[in-house]
Design a protein around this ligand. Structure first.
Ligand SMILES: Cc1cc2nc3c(=O)[nH]c(=O)nc-3n(C[C@H](O)[C@H](O)[C@H](O)COP(=O)(O)OP(=O)(O)OC[C@H]3O[C@@H](n4cnc5c(N)ncnc54)[C@H](O)[C@@H]3O)c2cc1C
Length: 487
């Protein structure tokens, strides 16, 4: 097998090689470089960033986020927030309102960063909303330390986590119904929990709603000015300033393509580990990776618009993120259908209107919109028509302002990024079982047991704790495991 490393780097022996330059691969690379190791990142795609890439998907001058769009986890990440990313060009843009939720009653639900303003907006459920979130918003940094911590280690803040856990372990539907009397607060909570891509009546899904709600009030739901690509670019620039090197257009298909090294970190799916290094893995670990479960997919759509989305309720222009799924009951039905392998005629749609807050995303006076809905695992169906119908429900005339469009089905998402197995954007189902056993049952989830010559191997992607999202914590903890072993 041909050695991948070009002549210019032949003289270098790297302490660590990272396969993949997603936010977790780059986090791992940075942490290792900070510790003084020589590190090379190998990225299969022609550009870096994994789930944080942006490009002109529709027409020249319109910048679209191909995957991730909104970054409360990035801003709150215990590791990313220690990095000087602003010095390398990353600027967070905060929309006036973290998110909005649409109901047919026409009365828009705005979830403000300020808890009191949200409580006022929610009327008779305002007090309950505040009571639910306030204790955790006040202690959000401690909560993030544990929530984005390396399970299965015991929490650093056991009392806070126990209190959070008692709430978060409930189903989203149960928690919303027990806590709120009205449809508006219930729907707003359900819209956050539905980010999980699992049936809302499952235990623990209350936790997704809780965490996203805490972040909405604690840090907001920001976007990166110029596109999510700027997150990857800033991380890469800092990594290179530490002496790290990156090779793009370099897909790793077998371990014997790699030069000698001390540590190999996989920012890939478990399936990627099996295909690159299956014959070197400890058999019991390989068996577990074969059984690892991937979740539902997404159909992703981007539009170039001649003008802003013509919302029935003009207040929606205050929020970048708008959840279009109707009532809690409607979202529960549509998410359940997807999980059971059926399409819902009325899907839960996550929509982001970046250009209202970041004018760099579109030519002067023009706009962009980003949206996806969940689909059955591995679906090849283009459901952009259903998504547009859902938008038209709350913004009649939307289709008339569309001047460009790009669609990726779940199958096309996987073709674009091999980590999105069947279109699953979270690196595997994040249910109770896989929450604690990502990707296998073992004390340190990042170590890959096996025989890798003189090297040790680690999984650092979102298929390890704490799972999906642009927070870089999987990469950080995998790098910590490697540093422990190498020292
Ligand atoms: C449509 C969509 C919307 C999302 N929205 C959000 C959001 O708003 N906010 C948020 O926080 N998160 C969001 N996410 C999730 C987030 O993007 C991911 O959880 C995150 O990117 C995972 O990071 P990662 O580093 O583990 O993997 P990835 O970002 O997937 O990166 C893996 C990298 O490894 C490379 N690679 C894989 N195999 C090989 C190989 N064999 N050789 C070389 N390179 C390889 C890939 O090309 C890729 O660049 C979204 C994802 C999608 C798809």
């Amino acid at each position: 097998m041909k050695n991948l490393i070009p002549n210019t780097y032949d003289a270098d022996i790297y302490d660590a090689l990272i396969i993949g330059s997603g936010p977790n691969g780059l986090s791992a690379a940075i942490r290792l470089a900070q510790a003084g190791l020589s590190v090379l990142v190998l990225e299969g795609h022609e550009t870096i960033g994994g789930g944080t890439r942006s490009c002109e998907l529709t027409s020249p001058g319109y910048t679209h986020d191909i995957c991730s769009a909104i970054h409360p986890l990035g801003l709150a990440s215990p590791f990313l927030r220690t990095l000087p990313l602003h010095e390398h060009g990353l600027e967070w843009v905060h929309p006036g309102v973290p998110f909005a939720h649409a109901l047919d009653s026409g009365d828009p639900i705005l979830i403000h960063q300020d808890l009191n303003a949200t409580a006022d907006a929610l009327g008779h459920d305002g007090r309950a909303w505040k009571k639910l979130f306030a204790p955790f918003v006040d202690n959000w940094q401690a909560l993030m330390d544990d929530f984005l911590g390396p399970l299965p280690l015991p929490p650093k803040h056991p009392i806070l986590m126990t209190r959070f856990g008692l709430t978060a372990l409930q189903s989203a539907t149960g928690l919303a119904r027990r806590t709120f009397r009205g449809a508006r607060a219930r729907a707003a909570f359900g819209g956050m929990a539905a980010h999980s891509m699992m049936p809302l009546e499952w235990l623990t899904l209350g936790g997704f709603g809780m965490m996203l709600g805490v972040l909405a009030h604690a840090v907001g739901w920001p976007m990166a000015r110029g596109g999510s690509q700027q997150i990857a670019n800033a991380m890469a620039a800092y990594f290179q300033a530490l002496g790290g090197k990156i090779l793009t257009s370099t897909k790793v298909t077998a371990l014997d393509q790699l030069p000698p090294t001390k540590a190999i970190l996989f920012d890939t799916s478990p399936r990627g580990v099996l295909s690159i290094a299956g014959d070197r893995l400890a058999p019991s670990y390989a068996r577990q990776l074969h059984k690892y479960r991937y979740g539902t997919g997404v159909c992703k759509v981007d539009w170039a618009l001649s003008e802003p989305i013509p919302w029935k309720a003009p207040e929606f222009a205050k929020a970048a993120t708008v959840h279009l799924g109707g009532s809690l009951e409607e979202m529960a039905i549509s998410e359940r259908a997807i999980w059971e392998g059926r399409f819902s005629e009325s899907p839960y749609v996550l929509l982001v209107q970046h250009s209202l807050f970041d004018p760099t995303r579109a030519p002067a006076g023009k706009h962009t919109a980003w949206a996806y809905c969940h689909t059955p695992h591995g679906s090849a169906e283009d459901v952009s028509g259903l998504i547009e119908r859902q938008i038209e429900r709350f913004a009649p005339g939307f289709r008339e302002v569309v001047v460009g469009k790009s669609v990726r089905t779940a199958v096309q998402m996987e073709a674009y990024n091999p980590n999105y197995i069947g279109g699953d954007i979270n690196g595997g189902v994040q249910n109770l079982r896989q929450f604690f056993t990502r990707p296998a049952v073992q004390w340190n989830p990042y170590r890959i047991p096996g025989n890798f010559g003189g090297a040790k191997a680690y999984l650092c992607s979102s298929s390890t704790p704490p799972g999906g999202g642009v927070h870089g914590m999987c990469g950080f903890y995998a790098a910590e495991a490697a540093l422990n072993d190498l020292n």
